[in-house]
Each structure stands twice: as structure tokens, then as C-alpha cells.
Design a protein around this ligand. Structure first.
Ligand code: NAD
Ligand code: IPM
Ligand code: MN
Length: 354
């Protein structure tokens, strides 16, 4: 019996309720399969912890997490704690310390999922975003000079290293090659005359090793327009940290909403644990009401199963999500239903066992 050790950081707001359902699903799959199981260790880190201790996680938090095979994260952020503190001291620090430089975010319209776009079939929206997840606009480099004075100045640096750009772009080419798909790079070299010119150059350089991969390169403004007007032109997409953040919320909006959008933060070398999460936030507006959609978390469970090499189970989870969308009976309000978070979990488990 193979045991996978999972660190659970349920976090704030709707985080705990969606993660509870995700754990039920993982346990059920382990039971159905019989050859592996999961050992969950819960960490109480997040904004409540911060209010009690002044810290978002324990001092030895990163050291402790190193011993796990994966991290399962709900959401971080709560009114009363500044977002740049709560997110930097927990989510972003984990991504960076564990060199989770690949952020895989599927933007795929499942059958039965709502889209605000006209005349679009599920097969027209089927993209995989590869977001650079370790540096770029999120490098955390800058300064705040003359704070509070009339001559106050803030500087936020983008950091684009050759190593950082090459490794994410190469990962994207490898995936496009393996899957026989096109690869689109999204950047902004016309305005960001250092960082994005460099990014475009590296996209071309690395591309020389992949003559079989058909590529496109778009400016981020045009790409946003095309995602809405003609989403089928995108297959595999590679982009910077900030652009990937913004475009994948746009992607969520065209592919069923935040309640269906998942992301995997991968350290491909497996030197450190990878982290799996729904990409939505803590949704303070609906927290505690048991109406949050746990499907995005189920999708991240599917990504975790793929990562552990249980691709059949990963596919099964996706097809159960799709069946529930088509069935259109047990869905949360964001998808037009009246079901509670836990009822979606109940029905999902039934589906898994069918
Ligand atoms: P949000 O994703 O929390 O919410 C945006 C909207 O989507 C809200 O109306 C919310 O109700 C809805 N929504 C989100 N997830 C849903 C779900 N599973 N089911 C149904 N509806 C859902 O974004 P926000 O309001 O901009 O941010 C709230 C807090 O979360 C902030 O503190 C922010 O910094 C933080 N945040 C954290 C993460 C993370 O931990 N990964 C991601 C984004 C935002
Ligand atoms: C996401 C989130 C985070 C990000 C925030 C909460 C720091 O929006 O995972 O998409 O920008 O990466
Ligand atoms: Mn985001």
C-alpha cells in the first residue's frame, strides 16, 4: 500500500468547506482503488492564526511542509488582515520556497458548464495555461521611499531571469510537443521594453529545439480580446506570473466561473512538495453559508491524482464533474442550483461509486 502524505492548509473563508469535500473525495478514491491511501495532516494557518499569533504560519512552517508529498490548499485572505501580508506570508512564500515555478491552470469548458460567450461549444474552449510562478512581476522586489512625505515614491521591480524564463517556456514546449498541440506565448514587448522583449526572445530561442511545435505570440491586450472573441485559437499557453493570474480569472469566467477553476503549483523536479488548490479566493461574501462550489477543489484533486501518476482517477474525477454539470440537479447557486456545498460532495461521491 502506497501512502501519500498530504499537508492540508484549509485557510480562510470558504477554504475549509471546499477542502473538507476534497478530502472526502480523495479518501473515497483511495478506498475504491485499494492500492494507495492518503495521510492528511492539518495545519491551522491563515488569518485566524495571524490574529492570534501575528504570523500567517508557524516559524518552522516551511521546514515542516518539506516532509510532505503534496500540499492541499483552500484559500487565504480575510477582512481585517491586509491581503499583501496574508498572501505573501503563506501562499506566495510556499510557491517561492518550494520553487513551484509551474502553475498549471486548465481553462476548459466542460459539457453542461455555463459560458457567457455566444455560439461556443465545449470543444471551442480547451486551453491549458502554464503560468510562470516564481518570479516576474511577483518577484517582491522594490522599495517604498519617503513614506508619507510629499515626495513619496514606490518602485515595484519585475524580475525576469534567463533561468526562470527558459525553464517555464521549455516546459510549455515539451507539453505542446507531447500533446501535439499549438503553443501560444502571451507577453507585452511593445510597452515592457526590457522584461517582455527578453521573454519573447527566449520564446524564440527555446523554440529552435521544437521545430514540430506550431507557435503563436500575442500581446496580452489582444490575447484578452481573442480569449473572448475566438477562444479556440488557444491550446497550450505560456505567460508571465501576473498576466497568467489575470488571464486565468478571465478563463474561469468563460469556462463556468470561479467555482470550477483549479490550479497546480508544480515543482517539476519533485525536490519539494507541489501544491494543489482551487484558484478562487476565500470569498468572504459567501463564507460560512455552505453554498460555495467545491468543484474547483475537485478539479485540483484531479490534478493531484495526475501528479501522483493516477491519471485514470484524474480523468474519472473530471468526468464526474462533467456528469454532474450535465445532470444539472445538484449544483451550488453560482451554477444556478440550490444545493449546499456538502450536498455537492454527497452526490459526487455517489457518482464516483457508480
Ligand atoms: P474570490 O475568488 O474570493 O471571490 C470572487 C467572487 O467569486 C465572489 O463573488 C465569490 O463569492 C465568488 N466565488 C469564488 N469562489 C467561489 C466558489 N468556490 N463558489 C462560489 N462562488 C465563488 O476573490 P476576491 O473577492 O477578489 O478575494 C477575496 C479574498 O481572497 C482576498 O483576501 C484575496 O486576496 C484572497 N484571494 C486568495 C486566493 C487564494 O488563496 N488562492 C486567490 C484569490 C484571492
Ligand atoms: C491566484 C491568486 C494569487 C495570485 C493571490 C491571492 C496572491 O490570485 O492564485 O490566482 O495572484 O497568484
Ligand atoms: Mn488570481
Amino acid at each position: 500500500m502506497k501512502t501519500h502524505k498530504i499537508a492540508v492548509i484549509a485557510g480562510d473563508g470558504i477554504g475549509p468547506e471546499v477542502i473538507d469535500q476534497g478530502i472526502r473525495v480523495l479518501n473515497e478514491i483511495a478506498k475504491l482503488d485499494g492500492s494507495f491511501n492518503f495521510e492528511f495532516t492539518h495545519f491551522p494557518w491563515g488569518c485566524e492564526y495571524y490574529k492570534e499569533t501575528g504570523k500567517m504560519m508557524a516559524d518552522d512552517g516551511i521546514e515542516t511542509l518539506k516532509g510532505f508529498d503534496a500540499i492541499f490548499l483552500g484559500a487565504v485572505g480575510a477582512p481585517g488582515v491586509p491581503d499583501h501580508i496574508s498572501l505573501w506570508d503563506l501562499l506566495l512564500i510556499i510557491r517561492k520556497k518550494f520553487d513551484q515555478y509551474i502553475n498549471l491552470r486548465p481553462v476548459k469548458l466542460l459539457k453542461g458548464a455555463p459560458t457567457p460567450l455566444k455560439d461556443v461549444a465545449p470543444e471551442d474552449i480547451d486551453m491549458l495555461f502554464i503560468r510562470e510562478n516564481s518570479e516576474g512581476e511577483y518577484a517582491g522586489s522594490g522599495s517604498w521611499l519617503f513614506k508619507g512625505k510629499p515626495n513619496e515614491v514606490v518602485i515595484q521591480n519585475g524580475v525576469f531571469s534567463r533561468k526562470g524564463c527558459e525553464r517555464v517556456i521549455r516546459y510549455a514546449y515539451e507539453l505542446a510537443k507531447a500533446q501535439g498541440k499549438t503553443l501560444t506565448s502571451i507577453s507585452k514587448g511593445n510597452a515592457l521594453n526590457y522584461s517582455m522583449v527578453f521573454w519573447d526572445q527566449i520564446f524564440e530561442e527555446v523554440g529552435k529545439d521544437y521545430p514540430e511545435v506550431k507557435t503563436y505570440s500575442y500581446l496580452v491586450d489582444a490575447a484578452s480580446m481573442f480569449m473572448v472573441k475566438d477562444p479556440k485559437r488557444f491550446e497550450i499557453v505560456v505567460t508571465s506570473n501576473l498576466f497568467g493570474d489575470i488571464l486565468t480569472d478571465l478563463g474561469a469566467a468563460i469556462a463556468g466561473g470561479m467555482g470550477l477553476a483549479a490550479g497546480a503549483n508544480l515543482n517539476p523536479e519533485r525536490e519539494f512538495p507541489s501544491m494543489f488548490e482551487p484558484i478562487h479566493g476565500s470569498a468572504p461574501d459567501i463564507a460560512g453559508m455552505n453554498i460555495s462550489n467545491p468543484m474547483a477543489t475537485f478539479w485540483s484533486v484531479s490534478q493531484m491524482l495526475d501528479f501522483f501518476g493516477y491519471e485514470k482517477w484524474g480523468e474519472k474525477v473530471l468526468s464526474c464533474i462533467e456528469e454532474m454539470l450535465v445532470e444539472n440537479k445538484t449544483l451550488t447557486p453560482d451554477l444556478g442550483g440550490t444545493a449546499k456545498t456538502s450536498e455537492v460532495g454527497d452526490r459526487f461521491i455517489e457518482k464516483l461509486c457508480e
